[in-house]
Design a protein around this ligand. Structure first.
Ligand code: GDP
Length: 210
């Protein structure tokens, strides 16, 4: 978080052709052709959101899923607050590779909010991964889960909003806990000082009565 408003950094990861760039384009209203154009290294877009009256700028890094660019993509994971991991529900391999993607970001994303996205759910007849399989994987790895269709613009905005809300919530909880700890420390100091004063008074009274 930074400045008066907030600025959140997201990355989108997952195998090639699962729909990462399409998700980003539709969310940021970027015009994109239907023709498949693979991402070279990384792509970047930003979007301003209004969350309950609070202005949030979302900076989104779209990484190439191609092994050739993984090294480059990895350098963009630093300081990330939101991770969107995408697979294609019609492509079993993209689902089976999810663990390797989680592994890829594990060093940089321990404090990040992660979300799992099963994209292309308009292609029901070609489905290879069930909704339940996606949900179970997400549960096992502490992530929220959405199925989306970029083609039908279904659930796309929701994934970006859900992460932003989680980040804000996490930050609020951290601040509340820090405040609680500070108050507890202050209480210990006060009690400690009172005990010390009482001890001094007892010694003075004892000496006085001798
Ligand atoms: P990336 O390599 O993960 O960034 O994938 P792209 O965003 O480039 O998408 C790969 C291909 O899948 C493109 O031809 C897109 O038009 C297509 N695509 C993306 N999302 C969907 C979707 O929700 N439904 C369908 N039917 N096609 C999609």
């Amino acid at each position: 978080m930074s400045g008066n408003g907030c600025s959140f950094k997201y990355v989108i990861i997952g195998d090639t052709a699962v729909g990462k760039s399409s998700l980003l384009s539709i969310f940021t209203d970027k015009i994109r052709s239907d023709k498949y154009e693979p991402t070279i290294g990384v792509d970047f877009e930003k979007k301003q959101l209004d969350l309950d009256g609070k202005s949030v700028e979302i900076n989104i890094w779209d990484t190439s899923g191609h092994p050739r660019y993984r090294q480059i993509a990895a350098s963009y994971y630093k300081g990330v607050l939101g991770v969107i991991i995408v697979y294609d529900i019609t492509n079993l391999e993209s689902f089976q590779n999810l663990n390797s993607w989680l592994n890829e970001i594990k060093n940089e994303s321990s404090n990040a909010c992660k979300i799992l996205v099963g994209n292309k759910n308009d292609l029901e007849k070609d489905r290879k991964v069930t909704f339940e399989q996606g949900k179970e994987f997400a549960n096992q790895n502490g992530m929220k889960f959405f199925e989306t269709s970029v083609k039908e613009n279904n659930n796309v905005k929701e994934i970006f909003l859900t992460i932003a809300k989680e980040i804000i919530q996490l930050n609020t909880n951290t601040k509340t806990n820090e405040k609680k700890e500070k108050n507890e420390r202050l209480n210990y100091v006060i009690v400690g000082r009172i005990c010390l004063i009482l001890a001094i008074i007892s010694v003075i009274c004892y000496n006085y009565n001798k």
